[in-house]
Design a protein around this ligand. Structure first.
Ligand code: UD1
Ligand code: CA
Length: 481
């Protein structure tokens, strides 16, 4: 096999506790930009084309394994946290063959880019490296293992904070904990001991063990050391999220999306945006959301798992979840499209309209204040202000069907299950409790009574109060004689 085609296995260390989160959730399951930290590591491994991905679990193992259950990874349990070297060996033990290069990642460094690791891989391979450690340089590397180089500048060993001499602690080059190594890893890692200040098995010792074999050992220095910044507490999580958020908005802008006040916009990396999409301030896009070319999302709208076709306009403060919006439709402001909403093209949904399990055909208009649940509405139908589809009888939900070209007068209630035929006309204020056939007109409301002269008698009886509180009406009463 040539260097380039050698397979890559990735071992992700994720058994540690992370007490600083102060949480009942295992540290590596805390989400950053919509994805648990450990899932970022798995995604990065996949982006690198890894053959096997092993996740070493320990603290909260069941939860971590359940969260990654569908990610096609191999789990290795580390029953006791005896150190990174021990964790690594558990990971290797879970692999059925050991012919691959092995990359070690941590489950709590979501900022590490696949591009950086690709550069590490090509540097390692170009140099014919046996073991390469990813390092960074910072003014003060307190807490990290330090990279100790010999007089020629070659990497000699890694010394942990606890074991370091004062001079060694002055070293600014630190160990990120990411290593790439050849297939000797299995044999050499078995020689790691716990003879150090912590009494732990240090994975860092592996570097020295490769050196002792006369193997090619190198360091690859990060351009941006913050990429390996682990999120240890909630502040770290928020910082990491801010960085990932900024990266994603920048990528979208470079790809042709206009984002006003990008620092206020939150887009998960599962979201796809077409060219000439415009995002106004405060927009939140989550999950499997797809927005096609030329759509505009108004300020403070939150869109989750939804598909928006070409040229859709979502006006401010709208909330969409599990909805599909057809080309050229407009939604909002203050609209709520719930799961199962499918709008065809050119549909108009105005303010304070809620839809759920609703299919609205081409050109349907529901401009104001409506609830459309469990209903199918035919093309060109006009849904008047205040229309309610009463889909729930207290126990069960029922479906209704409204035909094409129907006019539903304002403030009508369709008591489900109901069928309204094409071109029917429903008078305003109707409580429709019987089906309406095609072309029919239905009025279902109390008959109007009009009592002439009633106001004069009523207010006249209250004249004292009217004079005190309603001067215009008092004048009107006076004029009535
Ligand atoms: C480790 C490195 C240190 C490096 C630093 C970078 C060692 C001995 N030291 O230190 O040189 O600068 O990372 O962040 O490796 N883990 C397990 N099982 C264990 C212990 C740890 O799975 O028994 C996992 C943790 O969940 C974590 C990772 O390994 O993801 C690193 O563990 P941590 O305790 O943070 O290592 P450090 O002491 O910080
Ligand atoms: Ca650490």
């Amino acid at each position: 096999m040539t260097e380039q085609t050698r397979p890559l296995d990735v071992v992700i260390l994720a058994a540690g506790q992370g007490t600083r989160m102060k949480s009942s959730l295992p540290k590596v399951l805390h989400p950053v930009a919509g994805r648990p930290m450990v899932a970022w590591a798995v995604k990065t491994a996949r982006d690198l084309g890894a053959r096997n991905v092993v996740v070493v679990t320990g603290h909260g193992a069941e939860q971590v394994e359940a969260a990654l259950g569908e990610a096609d990874v191999i789990f290795a349990r580390q029953a006791q946290q005896l150190g990174t070297g021990h964790a690594f060996i558990q990971g290797l033990d879970a692999l059925s063959d050991h012919q691959a290069d092995v990359l070690v990642l941590y489950g709590d460094t979501p900022l590490l880019r696949a591009d950086t690791l690709t550069a590490l891989l090509s540097d390692h391979r170009a140099r014919g490296g046996a073991f390469t450690v990813l390092t960074g340089e910072v003014p003060d590397a307190t807490g990290y293992g330090r990279i100790i180089r010999d007089a020629q500048g070659n990497v000699e060993r890694i010394v942990e904070q606890k074991d370091a001499t004062p001079q060694e602690r002055d070293v600014r080059e630190f160990n990120s904990g990411v290593y790439l190594m050849d297939a000797r890893a299995r044999e050499l890692s078995a020689r790691i001991t716990n003879d150090n200040a912590s009494g732990e098995y240090y994975l860092t010792d592996l570097l020295g063990l490769y050196r002792a074999e006369g193997a090619e050992v190198h360091a690859f220095k990060l351009t941006d050391p913050s990429e390996v910044m682990g999120a240890n507490d909630r502040t770290g999580l928020a910082e990491a999220e801010g960085i990932i958020r900024a990266r994603l908005t920048q990528e979208h802008m470079r790809a042709g999306v206009t984002i006003h006040l990008p620092e206020t916009v939150y887009i998960e990396d599962t979201v796809q945006l077409g060219r000439d999409v415009t995002l106004e301030p405060g927009v939140i896009l989550r999950g499997q959301t797809r927005v096609a070319e030329g759509a505009t999302i108004g300020a403070y709208s939150v869109i989750t798992d939804s598909t928006l076709h070409e040229g859709v306009t979502v006006k401010p403060h709208s909330v969409l979840e599990g909805a599909e919006v057809g080309a050229g439709s407009d939604v909002g402001p203050f609209a709520r499209l719930r799961p199962g909403t499918v709008l065809a093209g050119g549909v108009h949904i105005g303010n304070f309209v809620e839809t759920k399990n609703a299919r609205l055909a081409q050109g349907v208009k529901a401009g104001h204040l409506a609830y459309l649940g469990d209903v199918e509405i035919g093309e060109e139908t006009n849904v008047g202000a205040g229309t309610i589809v009463a889909n729930f009888d207290g126990v069960n939900k029922h479906r209704s069907t409204v035909g094409a070209g129907v006019f539903i007068g304002s403030n009508s209630t369709l008591i489900a299950p109901r069928v309204v035929g094409d071109a029917a006309f429903i008078a305003a204020g109707s409580a429709v409790h019987e089906d309406v056939p095609e072309g029919a007109m239905a009025v279902a409301r109390g008959k109007q009574r009009t009592l002439e002269g009633w106001s004069k008698r009523y207010w006249g009886g209250l004249r004292g109060k009217v004079q005190e509180k309603l001067p215009w009406l008092a004048g009107w009463l006076d004029r009535q004689g």
